[in-house]
Each structure stands twice: as structure tokens, then as C-alpha cells.
Ligand binder design. Structure first.
Ligand code: SF4
Length: 329
């Protein structure tokens, strides 16, 4: 199957007054049609910057190298006007803070219809009719009246729904959602995730869900890529990540989730220490300072992400862990 998005050896560097920061360090992956992939990791692991680079939205001090192809078209270095025909119509992104994407002084109707008029050549009238359908679809009550309101007249949860409507109105083939529900209260968060699940079930759209919350991933995704210090350390199906994690960092993440389904395992374990300084990454494994299983080779040699089973990969010098959780060296 041809991937919707194919990223090869992508790096992202930021120049800062303190020196260069390596935010993403040579990542490669594919996103296939119709799949929902969770990108998991702590803040600063590079998960958002990877996709900001794909979208051509890095801050002015950031530079991406490598390749990111959307259905065969190279995005890295693509001219802005051509990139704009893909962004916002075939490939869209929603952010944690809807106010960064909504223009405060423009009515919601204008913000929703503009993309249809510009990218799809629709008449204002048809675009407005479609905007109304989208607001209904994301469950904005009284959509007809709401269409002529300004962003500040909507609650945080409703603004997030409007942003999802904006992202979906052109029926994109790839939706990148960056912590779309984190800033919302728990009830609204659940509603937004339910909505994303419905939207996924309705179409062939591929979804990338960037999150630090494994609970979100469990409810929505079918594949997971775990990111640490600008690299992927484990990739697997959702089931495998939760029931048979093979990288020590993934095991730490899974161990830090409350397990109400397993009596006697309710105690949470925290991952000790802090992520490495991205300005001075160690020569060997970037997780070495926090890993309970570190040995000589980890300090001398950076492990590569290698396939070890069908659809699974990890970057660790250990053989793995057995079904009882015992380490295999
Ligand atoms: Fe731990 Fe070594 Fe594996 Fe890194 S390579 S995660 S330090 S065992």
C-alpha cells in the first residue's frame, strides 16, 4: 500500500543563542491510508516538531532536512504557494490551543468557508451550506446562529470543535492532531475524543494523534510510535505497546498508567531522572541515564530502530523482555 505520508531520515535543528538544539534526529516512518497512529512521548521529545516540519510550520530559527513525501510529493523545501494547496485541504493540523488557529476578528462562517472558496473553487453560498453541515457534524448546537459569531463567543471546548470542523471541511486525507484535547476539562476532552473516533470510523482519513497521554492512544489509535529525545524508540500496535512493551522507556511509560483492571498492580511507577539535554546528546543510547538495564554497549553505541517482529521495531541493545517481564540480554 502506498503511504499517505512517507518520512525519511528527517532532522530538525533550532539555532539558539546557546547553540544548536537537535530536536529531531533522523526519523523515518510511513503513515498508511486509513490508519490512526499515536505519537507518544514526554514534552520536548520532538513529536510536535516532527510534524511541524512535515507541515512546513517550524519557527523561523528551525531547519528541517531529510524527506517528507505526501502521496509522492516532496514537502521539504516545497515552494510556499504549492505547499499551501496541500496544507489546509489535503493535509491539515489541529493544535492544543484553538485560538492559535482561529482569527479573533473574523466570524466563524468566514473562517470555515474561506478554505472551500480558495481551495475548492466553491461559491460562497455552497461553502456556507457545507460549513453548516460541518458544524452540525462536530456537534455545535444551534449551528445556524453560531456560524455568524466570533471565536470569543465560543467556550474552549466549542472552539476546539470549530477548529476540528475547519480542519475537516476540505475532507483531508491526513489529519494531524497535536494534543487536541489536553487544554480542555475531562468531560469535554472525552467528547472531543469520541468525536475524533466517529470521524475516523466515517471515512478513509489517516490520523496522526500526537499526545503524552497513553489513555488517548488506547481509545483511538491502532498503531503507536514512542518518541524519546528526538528519535523513535519503539513502534508497535496498540495491543503490543500495552501488553508487551519491549523498550525500557515504553515499559516505564506503560508502568506509569493507573491499572484498575489488574488488582494488585494499582501502584504507579515513575521513570526516574530527566530527558537528556538536546544540545549535548550522549554518544550512546539517549535513555542511558534513566535506564535500569544500562550496560557497556549502551554507553559506547547509539542503538538504531530495528525491526524485531512483524510490524514491530525498537532501538535498544537488549534482546527484550519475556512474558513475565524478565529482561533478556
Ligand atoms: Fe537501556 Fe541500553 Fe536499551 Fe538504552 S540501549 S534502553 S540504555 S538497555
Amino acid at each position: 500500500m502506498t503511504p499517505v505520508l512517507s518520512v525519511k531520515d528527517m532532522t530538525v535543528r533550532f539555532s539558539t543563542p546557546e547553540g544548536p538544539v537537535s530536536a529531531v534526529n533522523g526519523v523515518s516512518f510511513d503513515i498508511l491510508k486509513g490508519e490512526c497512529v499515536g505519537i507518544v512521548g514526554e514534552s520536548g521529545s520532538g513529536k510536535s516538531q516532527t510534524f511541524m516540519a512535515v507541515m512546513g510550520l517550524l519557527a523561523s530559527n528551525g531547519k528541517a532536512t531529510g524527506s517528507a513525501k505526501f502521496k509522492g510529493d516532496e514537502l521539504v523545501g516545497m515552494k510556499r504557494d504549492k505547499l499551501n494547496t496541500i496544507r489546509g485541504s489535503k493535509m491539515t493540523m489541529i493544535f492544543q490551543d484553538p485560538m492559535t488557529s482561529l482569527t479573533p476578528h473574523l466570524k466563524i462562517s468566514r473562517q470555515l468557508t474561506e478554505v472551500l472558496v480558495l481551495h475548492k473553487g466553491m461559491s460562497e453560498r455552497d461553502a456556507r451550506a457545507k460549513a453548516l453541515i460541518m458544524l452540525d457534524r462536530v456537534k455545535i448546537p444551534d449551528a445556524k446562529r453560531r456560524l455568524d459569531q466570533y471565536p470569543h463567543e465560543f467556550s474552549g471546548g466549542m472552539r476546539q470543535r470549530v477548529m476540528i470542523a475547519m480542519a475537516l471541511i476540505c475532507e483531508p486525507e491526513l489529519l494531524i492532531a497535536d494534543e487536541p484535547s489536553t487544554a480542555l476539562d475531562v468531560t469535554v476532552q472525552a467528547q472531543i475524543l469520541e468525536l475524533m473516533q466517529e470521524l475516523r470510523a466515517q471515512g478513509n482519513m489517516s490520523i496522526v494523534m500526537i499526545t503524552h497521554d497513553l489513555g488517548v492512544v488506547a481509545g483511538l489509535c491502532n498503531r503507536v510510535m514512542v518518541m524519546y529525545a528526538g528519535e523513535f524508540c519503539e513502534t508497535a500496535s496498540v495491543d503490543e505497546i500495552f501488553h508487551d512493551p519491549q523498550h525500557p522507556y515504553t515499559r516505564g511509560l506503560v508502568g506509569s498508567i493507573p491499572r484498575l483492571d489488574k488488582p494488585g498492580e494499582e501502584r504507579l511507577t515513575a521513570i526516574r531522572g530527566q530527558p537528556p539535554n538536546l544540545q549535548h546528546l550522549p554518544k550512546g543510547c539517549t535513555f542511558q541515564e534513566r535506564c535500569d538495564y544500562v550496560f557497556d554497549r549502551c554507553i559506547a553505541e547509539r542503538p538504531k530502530l530495528l525491526a524485531f517482529a512483524e510490524g514491530r521495531g525498537k532501538s535498544c541493545h537488549l534482546k527484550g523482555f519475556d512474558a513475565k517481564g524478565e529482561v533478556l540480554r
